[in-house]
Design a protein around this ligand. Sequence first.
Ligand SMILES: NC(=O)c1ccc[n+]([C@@H]2O[C@H](COP(=O)([O-])OP(=O)(O)OC[C@H]3O[C@@H](n4cnc5c(N)ncnc54)[C@H](O)[C@@H]3O)[C@@H](O)[C@H]2O)c1
Length: 254
Amino acid sequence: MYSDKPFSDRVILVTGAAQGIGYASAQRFAELGGRVVLLDKLAAEAEAAVAVITDHGGRASAVIADATDSQEVEDAVAAMIADYGRIDVLVNNIGWNKPTPFLESDEAFWQELLDINLMTALRFCRAILPHMIDRHYGRIVNIASIAGIHPWPGSVIYGVAKAGIVSMTRSLAAAMAQHNIRVNCVCPGPTETGLSKALRVTNPDYVKAVHGMVTLGRLADPGEIARAICFLASDDASFVLGECLVVDGGYNMV
Ligand SMILES: NC(=O)c1ccc[n+]([C@@H]2O[C@H](COP(=O)([O-])OP(=O)(O)OC[C@H]3O[C@@H](n4cnc5c(N)ncnc54)[C@H](O)[C@@H]3O)[C@@H](O)[C@H]2O)c1
């Protein structure tokens, strides 16, 4: 029997899903039949995102939490397990950047970037993996960045955090494979979201500079990143483990 709703019996948590890549992923999972939980710290934006998905016939709900707070993460995961009984797919998407020359950045700024871009993903893995192990099923897709694999002179700490996501993906994939839990990550290139719009404010030449570096000559649409995320979470990727899927339009290729 062929199915165009491969996630119809799956509960999917997408973090940072009120907008951008997370929102596009939640939309795509819903289109593919999944029950999607959109977690974000922005309540109004998350509720609006849920309304769009449900208006189109999708199954979605919002959970409001600040993922830099361990207790809020633990409470949010406990509430989801109570409501749905399980979380089959976790997309660790929360991230943020503010390009700053290394020598002009202080330790408070380093901590903030590491917390938002790396620690939030670790917190969700710690909270959810025991449930996935109990059910002997889980799919985790972490969102890193090409900044984690290419030098980004203006974003040293962001790159460190994203390289940490790549490393965490590989180690957790090796540790969790025995439990039928596949962990992979996506490294997006420059993508048209609120984050890239903010980068334009600090660097007005951002788009022009980026277009020069992306072989396809444009930024990605968030939906193009979302499709890679859904692929890694799907059975189509059943033999893909600890992989870092670069989706960057050929960044620095020529
Ligand atoms: N946009 C790009 O060009 C690009 C490129 C490579 C990688 N990425 C990565 O992709 C991911 C998504 O980026 P985006 O561009 O869609 O960002 P975005 O700013 O559009 O969306 C990020 C979402 O995360 C939420 N969030 C941030 N901190 C949070 C917290 N502490 N608790 C709960 N929610 C929080 C925000 O409210 C927002 O809704 C990030 O990890 C980012 O680093 C983005």
